[in-house]
Design a protein around this ligand. Structure first.
Ligand code: HEC
Length: 299
């Protein structure tokens, strides 16, 4: 009997220990309470080996296909848009248009958290490259944008660059008894800045320059461009030209007035068809109507 007990204990221990054996070859092994030591990570853009099966002919994929980028699950809502979607279903169409670069005023998708990647680094070469490559202000000139641009400019930039853009902000002005700022802020009312592309301004906002720090964390994507519009309007004023929501006699490449933008939009054609799922949920225009017809949204 004692021998049998001993045998039983040894047998059970061997079985238990064996079942805890480490992973090896085709064996996953066992772990006592792994908790969260290993995450079950999914590669978002690649199908996992799970899909490499031969259960039936319909579920056999080639490795070539599996390494492609996955489409988002149907009905997926981009990050930052959930609030919109929940708040007001009538915005569905507008959001989809924005995301597809369709009829929305801006034709660009800006996440609500405004995290738009910037692919230039903080060097002088890259400053030059940004100045050469970033030309268009992606937002049309609107009254609202100029007003917001002014408010932001006065708070964030005017203290140094001056409320008129002349480089004589309070921090460096004679009116300030404690003016000790070590460098002269750029004066935007001179030829080099009149003639610089928007990229020079955008890059300066992203990284600053020498003693000027960057403002990427203070201004979101749209606000940066609103500030640039506002600086252009200050420059235009100095040159006795107009840079407003209705007219731009300063330089057409710096910004498109809202009025002109809407006129362009009305005649614009797009080959982007509405997603079939939309038509069920939203009253999209009948298929015969042009998808580009909705220029009524103003912002
Ligand atoms: C604390 C003071 C200060 C503030 C605030 C400030 N700047 Fe500057 N800025 C400077 C100084 C100083 C320079 C000159 C840097 C140099 O050339 O060494 C400069 C230069 C610039 C330039 C020229 C860069 C170039 O390519 O030569 C731009 C454009 C500019 N600032 C835009 C802005 C904008 C837009 C804001 C607000 C979002 C802003 N700055 C806020 C101090 C400031």
């Amino acid at each position: 009997m004692r021998q049998f007990k001993l045998f039983l204990i040894i047998f059970v221990s061997v079985v238990v220990l064996y079942s805890c054996s480490p992973a090896d070859g085709n064996k996953t092994g066992h772990e006592y309470m792994p908790d969260m030591a290993h995450s079950i990570a999914y590669e978002s853009n690649v199908y996992g080996n799970y899909y490499l099966n031969t259960w039936d002919s319909a579920s056999v994929f080639l490795r070539k296909d599996l390494s492609g980028v996955r489409l988002p699950v149907k009905g997926t809502i981009p990050r930052g848009y959930a609030g919109y979607m929940n708040a007001d279903a009538s915005q569905f169409e507008e959001i989809h248009n924005t995301l597809r670069g369709g009829t929305h005023m801006n034709s660009i998708a800006v996440p609500v958290n405004s995290h738009v990647p910037y692919h230039y680094t903080d060097t002088e070469d890259e400053r030059t490259r940004a100045s050469q490559e970033i030309i268009n202000n992606p937002f049309p000139i609107t009254e609202k944008g100029l007003a917001n641009g002014k408010a932001l400019y006065d708070i964030q930039c005017g203290i140094c660059h001056g409320e008129k853009g002349d480089g004589l902000g309070y921090l460096v002005s004679d009116a300030n008894p404690n003016a000790k700022y070590p460098a002269a802020p750029a004066n935007f009312l001179q030829d080099t800045f009149y003639n610089s592309t928007n990229g020079r301004y955008y890059h300066a906002i992203m990284y600053g320059k020498n003693v000027m720090g960057g403002y990427a964390d203070k201004l979101n994507f749209e606000e940066r461009w609103q500030v640039i519009h506002y600086i252009r309007s200050l420059q235009a004023k100095e040159k006795k030209l107009v840079y407003s929501a209705s007219t731009n006699t300063f330089n057409p490449s710096y910004g498109v007035p809202e009025k002109q933008f809407k006129a362009n939009l009305a005649t614009r054609q797009t080959d982007i068809a509405p997603m079939p799922a939309d038509s069920a949920k939203v009253q999209t225009p009948a298929p015969t109507e042009s998808h580009s017809g909705g220029g009524s949204h103003d912002e």
